[in-house]
Design a protein. Sequence first.
Length: 121
Amino acid sequence: MVEKNRQPRSFTECQRRYGELTRALAEVGFVWPGTVQRRTLTCGKPQCVCHRDPQSRHGPYYYWTSKKEGKTVSRQLKPEEAAILEGWIDNRRRLDDTVRRMMKLSERVLVLKMRALSKTR
């Protein structure tokens, strides 16, 4: 696994870590944007026990929320749909994290290459 905290000192080490990250990308499954929330709700009947006891609220109900063209969109999900999307959203987060780490490594390689170029002048 790629070390997260120590900055690589050589171009070779950067290449090795970058290779590990590209292999990790190949393992990412389907991806999906947004979040899935689990909610329990009170109903519109004032005498219902759900108003007095939070443990007796109705649900759980699952909702997917994301941004589309700058606007928030939401959709209620069946529990089995929520389970699928939660996995895909976790995959997207792993993908985002891996790409972020690749960018940091690329930045480090650029610094190393520029340093090497300035020494040859």
